[in-house]
Design a protein around this ligand. Structure first.
Ligand code: 16G
Length: 255
């Protein structure tokens, strides 16, 4: 295993004839091992020199791969003792700031990502209609995505947007907010509520955490400057990934 200097299973999976550069292949190999639970938080990686020797690649390539993973927050470098698997994906989000997933991750130096699970459009359901304050049957666009930070799944998000603000859910390639802003419909204010849940088997599988593990359910309703609702998003976050931080100030009355 990668964590045991001297033996690396899967060294055969680096293919020097592949069009994918070797450093990217090595990054994937390490990330796959983390996902599979074969490399655990705080586990040390073999030294650069050992990895290079065992995989039959140059130290420069190994260094480039590891530096990329450090940048993504997947590995941490401890001065003088080498590279370790980062303790866990732990991200703080200020509860009082209206930001997108993409902004939040970029602000932490993590690469945001999204895997689309489902896109659809059609007349709003009664629940969507109520949440967005729409007239009966008014069309909506829906987008269900697995959100990733540095390749690690963080949340499953289900966004519903009135079709007049997002006529085509296919228009969202990476950031929903970027598309809304580009269309002139920037979310200005949001109401958010959250509570703890136990993740279902399917959710846990997507988030790559143990089944029935803890999760956070978060609902966000965002509004335009005009006061009209622009999104209703319900999300399931991995319980170990996010810290929501709220700043509290004393009320006028109590001063
Ligand atoms: C955040 C929002 C979500 C919004 C998404 C847009 C929470 C709990 N939710 O994940 O409501 O739709 O950002 O992100 O923070 P995007 O612009 O990267 O697609």
């Amino acid at each position: 295993m990668l964590g045991q200097p001297g033996e690396i299973e899967g060294s055969a999976s680096l293919d020097e004839h592949s069009p994918t550069p070797l450093y990217l292949q090595l990054q994937r190999l390490i990330q796959d091992r983390i996902r599979a639970g074969e490399l655990e938080a705080d586990e040390a990686l073999p030294s650069e020199r050992d990895l290079a020797r065992q995989l039959g690649i140059s130290r420069v390539t190994v260094r480039k791969a590891l530096a990329g993973l450090v940048e993504k927050g997947i590995l941490i470098q401890r001065w003088g003792s080498g590279n370790f698997i980062a303790p866990s994906m732990h991200v703080e989000q200020a509860l009082s700031r209206l930001s997108s997933f993409t902004d939040d991750m970029q602000a932490r130096g993590l690469t945001p990502g999204a895997i689309v699970i489902e896109r659809s459009s059609g007349p709003s359901s009664p629940k969507e209609m109520m949440a967005l304050g729409l007239s009966p049957g008014e069309p909506v666009s829906r987008l269900q995505r697995l959100r990733l930070a540095g390749g690690i799944p963080m949340a499953i998000e289900h966004a519903v947007v009135p079709a007049r603000y997002l006529p085509d859910p296919d228009a969202v390639e990476s950031s929903l907010y970027a598309v809304l802003i580009a269309n002139g419909y920037a979310p200005r204010r949001a109401l958010q509520r959250l509570h703890a849940v136990l993740l279902t088997g399917n959710q846990a599988k997507l988030l790559q955490v143990p089944a029935a593990g803890p999760g956070l359910y978060i609902e966000r309703r965002s509004f335009l400057e005009s006061g009209d609702a622009v999104e209703f998003t319900s999300s399931y976050y991995r319980g170990d990934a996010y810290d929501f931080v709220a700043e509290l100030t004393i009320g006028e009355r109590d001063r």
